[in-house]
Write a protein that binds this ligand. Structure first.
Ligand code: NAD
Length: 490
């Protein structure tokens, strides 16, 4: 891992745009800096794509599409598997880079990047095994349904787990035979550029293009470009609405992976032997990526008899968490991703207290020693939270847990469902049947029972109900979402 200076050696001083198989500066030669949120220092500089650059990227993708879309499946499979090998070999490097630009511990990045690269063999396998049948219901007439690539995909994604989000889009797009224009978040684009450096030569020019810049400019140019045939977006629900509107205006499909405010439900019948796991699950929700995870179970619903004990034990555990930069070996939680994100999370401390919730631990910025220039925040617990409070209804995207009381299964389900979001969730109980009933009753895209990891390494539908989005990533249906289906009768 080493010092900051040592880690920084894995990052280039400047990253151009990547259009039509070439590294280019951008027609206006505009640039922006990228910072390390763990110490506030400039990490690198990226070229900023203008509207014309985005246009060139889309045109390059359009030009590459006929040949790429017609590439025989075994060849496409081989290329995707080569991409996988290159990336897998360099997970350590990519994780270190991602940690520098997001401020989190390297082992956390390692697990997200490792998870992400596994989507290449997953979609490559789907590509080879997705065989269609022929329907012959009417005598003498045969009907077959075939998949065709959709064309050019515009993919815009968030900064919190950038490489996982990138691979969630790139792997199915390539498997489907689509060309793609990627727009990473301007807060954390470097991991995507480093991954690109590793794989660029494996693809024909124009198949993969990367344009950087702010969302409101470069991102919007991608959304609005008439040459884009499908949008794939991961980010906030607010921007997701703009993506949906841009897609609606041109009648193109959009996959929307948006925000969340998920509930973890803890029944009083959790066996004593399972309590450490239950407590650990709550703690991990607060600290993984400093709570900047769309699927974070930030609403902790605890049944009345267990409530006080759970608040006390989770708070004690969070008090013992080492918070520090990626180059601090024993740090379990890093910084937040940038200053405004820290300030947003801190603003909820005042909001929560004004609403009448009880601040049990945390609630402040950490500025001592090495943390002086970074955007660090203490893991925070609010107790006596009502589900109607802003604390429980709004996505904070920081290390803030809201503990809510309930009595009985019905009330737990009602509170869990009383949210505009529906992305993730969990339930802990000694009664497996009850756990499964609750998992089915909560209107959300995923539920884990008794701490089972909800996402495996490659595969497993991920996506939201309600304002958490439309569509699923990392699943067999994802490939169809990157294709057009055609019916041919003969
Ligand atoms: P964001 O919506 O601000 O930005 C996401 C991406 O959209 C970035 O690349 C950004 O540059 C771009 N963008 C911003 N404004 C735009 C505009 N007007 N037009 C076009 N593009 C624009 O989100 P964020 O702050 O980067 O990420 C945090 C959010 O992402 C949280 O709400 C989190 O829950 C969500 N998220 C969801 C998932 C999921 O799979 N459901 C995964 C990760 C993050």
């Amino acid at each position: 891992m080493g010092t900051y200076q040592e880690m920084k050696k894995s990052v280039d001083a400047y990253y151009p745009l990547y259009i039509n198989g070439k590294w280019v500066d951008g027609e206006q030669d505009r640039r922006m800096d990228v910072f390390c949120p763990a110490n506030g220092e400039k990490l690198s500089t990226i070229a900023v794509a203008s509207e014309r650059d985005v246009d060139r990227a889309v045109q390059a993708a359009q030009a590459a599409f006929p040949a790429w879309g017609a590439t025989p499946l075994p060849k496409r499979y081989e290329i995707i598997m080569s991409i996988y090998s290159r990336l897998k070999e360099q997970v350590g490097h990519l994780a270190a880079v991602e940690s520098l630009e997001t401020g989190r511990p390297v082992r956390v990045s390692q697990s997200f990047v490792s998870m992400g690269v596994e989507y290449f063999p997953y979609f490559a396998a789907l590509l080879r095994t997705n065989e269609d049948g022929i329907n012959s219901e009417t005598p003498g007439v045969h009907t077959m349904v075939i998949r065709e690539p959709i064309g050019v995909v515009g993919a815009v994604y968030a900064w919190n787990v950038p490489l996982l989000l990138n691979f969630w889009k790139l792997a199915p797009a390539l498997a489907a035979g689509d060309c793609i224009v990627l727009k990473p978040s301007s807060y954390a684009p470097i991991g995507s550029m480093e991954a690109l450096k590793l794989i660029a030569d494996l693809l024909p020019p124009g198949v993969l293009n990367v344009v950087n810049g702010k969302g409101a400019t470069t991102g919007q140019y991608v959304l609005d470009h008439p040459g884009i045939d499908k949008l794939s977006f991961t980010g906030s629900t607010d921007v997701g609405v703009s993506v949906g509107l841009a897609a609606a205006k041109r009648i193109i499909p959009a996959t929307l992976e948006l925000g969340g405010k998920s509930a973890g439900i803890y029944f009083a019948d959790i066996p004593e032997a399972d309590m450490p796991n239950a407590i650990q699950a709550i703690v991990m929700n607060a600290i993984v990526n400093s709570g900047q995870i769309c699927a974070m179970q930030s609403r902790v619903l605890v049944e009345e008899p267990l409530y006080d004990r759970m608040v006390e034990q989770v708070s004690a555990a969070l008090n013992g968490i080492q918070v520090g930069p990626p180059w601090q070996e024993d740090a379990m939680m890093g910084s937040l991703a940038y200053e405004a994100q820290l300030n947003k999370a801190l603003s909820y401390i005042e909001i929560g207290q004004k609403e009448g919730a009880r601040l049990v631990t945390g609630g402040k910025r950490l500025t001592d020693g090495e943390r002086a220039k970074g955007y660090f925040m203490a893991p925070t617990v609010f107790a006596d939270v009502q589900n109607s409070m802003r604390l429980a209804q709004e996505e904070i995207f920081g290390p803030v847990l809201s503990f809510i009381r309930f009595n009985g299964e019905e009330e737990a389900i009602r509170i869990a469902n009383d949210s505009k979001y529906g992305l993730s969730g969990g339930v802990f109980t000694g009664d497996l049947k009850k756990g499964l009933r609750v998992a089915q009753a909560v209107r959300t895209g995923e539920m884990s029972v008794n701490g089972a990891p909800s996402r495996s390494m490659g595969g497993g539908a991920f996506g939201g109900y309600k304002a958490s989005g439309i569509g699923r990533e990392g699943y067999r249906s994802t490939l169809d979402a990157f294709c057009q289906l055609k019916r041919i009768s003969f």
